[in-house]
Design a protein around this ligand. Structure first.
Ligand code: ARG
Length: 442
């Protein structure tokens, strides 16, 4: 029974929140006349002693006391005697654990937010250094149109901004104080819930005791946000893996972020990226795991919910590690501008620019222009030439409306420079977006 029932090995991580919530509760009980001044002093002093014991590694967590709440309470009784028993007036472990865990997840949201901010800054630095470094943009992983590496980096700045938004929303929604809901029905004691709400930095007190003790939406939202963030981190990791491969060779990681092979001396494996990609699976699983735990539970508390903490703690640790490793890789990597340009110049990446030129210079409807450009690509392919190297005579044989001006749009540099529509890849856009983000992240 003890082995399956005890959660102390996991929930000892809530100790600081447990003590903070107990202190808030004790102060409130005293103010409400439910605890004598003398007992309140003893309890608060005892809780501070326990906090230092835990912080200094001198506290012995005992499985026979089941969880963090009972470990703290038992120790308090050892330290101050029977007065310790008064702390649990008008309280249950059900509202206690909901409160502690919300406080923990609130801090976790802040920590993840800070980590993502750091990652965004790493991407911004790369974007700034490579605002006009040309690379192929892909759809279907086929060369599509030239873009800049800076623009590509800024795509991730956008993604992680949305991730931060999700953690920020989750934090705002969770900030409702369950303490005072007691076991499930509220309490007959005249509590001042406003007081503990303020003391613990919550925005308001929960309005329904049944909901307050059985709500784990905040954990589910944290895991949901983590899962989506995991998708983003994994997609970038996949790009690193592809870019580092010899056939691509778009970026190089230093030895600090590459590993060798025990048999093939030439290998430089992007293990950190592969592990970020793999660990996203743990985030998806965590989200699924808690959804499944919660979905069948009648109101209010059920012990199933004790498993929420291992799930969230593991997901938090995994996500924090993934973000840190990704930021490390972003700072470490050097793009190979020559390789990326060479790749961008292959694959007829400026065929759309030829079609656009026909629309603009010769008034050709886009659908027809698209067809003409397609024929030019075919011809270039047959001659083994890149599009900008196709002689004018060849182009004019396809369509007589083409003249020498067309060459001004066929280079990859001209192509990216022309993409000045708001949100487009033009280096000047990239620079102004960097400015926007620097201001926003300051
Ligand atoms: N360790 C428990 C948990 O994490 C605390 C709440 C226990 N409540 C109860 N009624 N047994 O869920």
């Amino acid at each position: 029974m003890q082995d399956i029932n005890a959660s102390i090995d996991v929930d000892k991580r809530l100790w600081a929140q447990d003590i903070a919530a107990s202190k808030a509760h004790a102060n409130m009980l005293e103010a409400a006349g439910l605890l004598s001044n003398e007992d309140a002093r003893a309890i608060l002093h005892g809780l501070d002693t326990i906090a230092s014991e835990i912080a200094e590694g001198r506290f012995i967590f005992r499985k026979e006391h089941e969880d963090i709440h009972l470990n703290v309470e038992t120790r308090l009784a050892e330290l101050i005697g029977p007065a310790a028993g008064r702390l649990h007036t008008a309280r249950s472990r059900n509202d206690q654990v909901a409160t502690d865990f919300k406080l923990w997840v609130r801090d976790a949201c802040d920590e993840i937010d800070r980590a993502f901010l750091d990652l965004q800054r790493a991407f911004l630095d790369q974007a700034e250094a490579h605002a006009d470094t040309v690379m192929p943009g892909f759809t279907h992983l086929q060369t599509a149109q030239p873009v800049t590496f800076g623009h590509h980096c800024l795509a991730y700045v956008e993604m992680f901004a949305r991730d931060r938004g999700r953690f920020c929303d989750a934090r705002a929604r969770l900030n409702v104080n369950p303490l005072g809901s007691a076991a499930l029905a509220g309490t007959s004691f005249a509590l001042n819930r406003e007081m503990t709400t303020k003391a613990l930095g919550f925005a308001e007190a929960s309005r329904n005791s049944l909901d307050a003790v059985s709500d784990r939406d905040f954990a589910l939202e944290f895991l949901g946000a983590a899962a989506i963030a995991g998708v983003h981190l994994s997609r970038f990791a996949e790009e690193i893996v592809v870019w580092c491969s010899a056939p691509f060779g778009f970026v190089r990681l230093t030895d600090a972020f590459s590993t060798g092979s025990s048999i093939m001396p030439q290998k430089r494996n992007p293990d950190a990226a592969e592990l970020v990609r793999a660990k996203s699976g743990a985030l998806f699983a965590a989200s699924q795991r808690l959804l499944v735990v919660m979905k069948g539970l009648a109101l209010a508390y059920a012990k199933d919910m004790q498993d929420d903490k291992a799930t969230v703690f593991e997901a938090f640790d995994t996500l924090a590690l993934m973000i840190a490793a990704t930021a490390g890789m972003v700072r470490d990597l050097t793009p190979d501008a020559a390789r990326m340009r060479e790749a961008a110049e292959g694959g007829y990446s400026t065929a759309t620019d030829l079609a656009d030129w026909l629309v603009r210079a010769a008034g050709v409807p886009f659908r027809e222009a698209h067809h003409i450009a397609g024929r030019a690509v075919k011809r270039a392919e047959a001659l083994g030439l890149k599009l900008p190297d196709l002689p004018l005579g060849e182009l004019q044989a396809i369509d007589a409306r083409i003249n020498g001006d067309v060459y001004s749009v066929l280079s990859v540099d001209a192509s990216v420079r022309s993409r000045t529509s708001f949100g487009g890849t033009a280096p000047q856009n990239v620079l102004s977006q960097i400015q926007f983000w620097r201001g926003k992240l300051a």
